[in-house]
Ligand binder design. Structure first.
Ligand SMILES: Nc1ncnc2c1ncn2[C@@H]1O[C@H](COP(=O)(O)OP(=O)(O)OP(=O)(O)O)[C@@H](O)[C@H]1O
Ligand SMILES: [Mg+2]
Length: 319
C-alpha cells in the first residue's frame, strides 16, 4: 500500500492509557541496592550478589541488562520479578529465527485498512481523506517494541532469547536500544517518555555482536549454588522440610557436574522437590530418586549416565 508524498504533516501520536499504572514503587526511578535485594527476596527470587547488583544497576542506570547463562538458571525470571517489583507491565518480545520489524515493532492492519477503503470509496470520499483514516493510530498494530516505547509509564521490556533472532534483527534492535524512539513514516516519531527497563536473555546459540554487548550491562546468570538453590526450593515448595530442601539442592548440584546433555534447570529441581512432597518422602533415598529421575533428566543418555551414580550422589547430598 503506497501513499502520496503530498500527505499532510504527521499528526502527533497520542496513545491511549493502558493498564493500571499508579503504584508507589513504579513511580520512583531509583531504588537502592537494599530495596532491590529485599524486593527480590519478597518475590522469592534468590540469587547471587553479582546478579543482584547487575539488576540494581540496570534499573538505576537505565541500561539494558543482557543476561546470559545455562538454560533454566533464572534469566527470564529476572524480567518477570522486576516487573512485579516495579509494579508495572511486562512487555515480552520472544525472539526466533526470521523475526522481523513487523512482528517486533509495528505493522498496519491491512485487512481493516481495506475495509475502510471500500467503505470510503462507496461514499466517494477523496483519497486524501481515506489516507488520513487508514494511516491513523486506529489502524496500527503495536508490537512489543513499540508498546514498550509508547507506554505511558515505565514498563519492563523482556527481549527473550535474542540469540535466536538473526543478525540483521540484532542490528535493528541496536538502533532501537540506543534511541528509544521509532519513526513511523505515516505518523511521525514516537519517543519514549519513560525509558523501559530492558532485559535481554541469551543461551548463546550464537555469539551476539560486540556492538550489542557494548550497549548492555552484561551478567552471567549461572546456577546460584546449592545453598541458594536450597533456599529457592524451601521457599517455593510448600510442605518441604528445610533439611530435605538442602539435600535436594546438593543432589541436583552433583548431577549437574556429570556433564550431561541437558543439566537439570531450577524449574526441574522445583518439580522434583514437589514430587517428593507429593510422595510423602521424608528423606532422599536412592530408590525413590531413581523412580523420579525422569523429572530431572530428560534424555535417555543422561538417565543412563546418572543411573550408576545415584547412590553416591544421594549419600554425598545427605552429607
Ligand atoms: N533465582 C531464582 N529464584 C527463584 N526461582 C528461580 C530462580 N531462577 C529460576 N527460578 C525458577 O526456575 C524457573 C526457570 O527459570 P527461567 O525461565 O528464568 O530460566 P531461563 O534461564 O530463562 O531458562 P531458558 O534459558 O531455558 O529460557 C522459573 O520459572 C522460576 O520458577
Ligand atoms: Mg528463558
Amino acid at each position: 500500500m503506497s501513499r502520496s508524498a503530498t500527505a499532510r504533516p504527521p499528526a502527533p501520536l497520542t496513545l491511549g492509557a493502558r493498564g493500571r499504572y499508579s503504584r508507589a514503587m513504579a513511580a520512583r526511578r531509583e531504588l537502592s541496592l537494599d530495596e532491590i535485594r529485599a524486593g527480590l527476596k519478597r518475590l522469592k527470587y534468590f540469587t547471587t550478589p553479582r546478579v543482584e547488583t547487575a539488576i540494581f544497576l540496570a534499573v538505576n542506570l537505565e541500561k539494558p541488562l543482557l543476561a546470559e547463562g545455562p538454560a533454566g538458571a533464572g534469566k527470564t525470571e529476572i524480567a518477570k520479578v522486576l516487573a512485579e517489583l516495579l509494579e508495572t507491565e511486562l512487555v515480552r518480545l520472544q525472539c526466533y529465527e526470521g523475526l522481523d520489524e513487523a512482528r517486533a515493532l509495528y505493522e498496519w492492519n491491512y485487512q481493516k485498512q481495506l475495509l475502510r477503503i471500500q467503505s470510503d470509496q462507496a461514499e466517494n470520499r477523496a483519497w486524501r481523506d481515506v489516507e488520513e483514516h487508514i494511516f491513523s493510530r486506529e489502524y496500527l498494530l503495536e508490537r512489543p517494541l513499540l508498546r514498550a516505547i509508547a507506554a505511558r509509564r515505565r514498563v519492563v521490556l523482556l527481549i527473550d532469547e535474542v540469540d535466536k533472532a538473526d543478525e540483521e534483527f540484532e542490528a535493528f534492535l541496536l538502533e532501537v536500544l540506543s534511541d528509544f524512539q521509532v519513526s513511523i513514516p505515516e505518523l511521525g516519531t514516537v519517543r519514549a517518555e519513560h525509558r523501559p527497563v530492558v532485559v535481554l536473555t541469551s543461551n548463546r546459540a550464537r555469539e551476539l555482536s560486540e556492538a550489542l554487548r557494548r550497549r548492555c550491562l552484561h551478567v552471567y546468570v549461572d546456577f546460584p549454588g546449592p545453598a541458594v538453590e536450597a533456599e529457592i526450593v524451601a521457599r517455593k515448595v510448600e510442605g518441604l522440610d528445610a533439611a530435605l530442601a538442602q539435600h535436594v539442592a546438593r543432589f541436583v548440584a552433583g548431577l549437574r557436574k556429570l556433564e550431561l546433555r541437558k543439566a537439570p534447570s531450577i524449574a526441574e529441581t522445583l518439580d522434583f522437590a514437589r514430587a517428593l512432597v507429593a510422595m510423602g518422602a521424608r528423606e532422599l533415598d536412592p530408590a525413590v530418586v531413581r523412580s523420579m529421575s525422569g523429572l530431572l533428566l530428560k534424555h535417555e543418555e543422561d538417565l543412563r549416565k546418572a543411573e550408576g551414580k545415584v547412590s553416591a550422589l544421594v549419600s554425598a547430598a545427605r552429607g
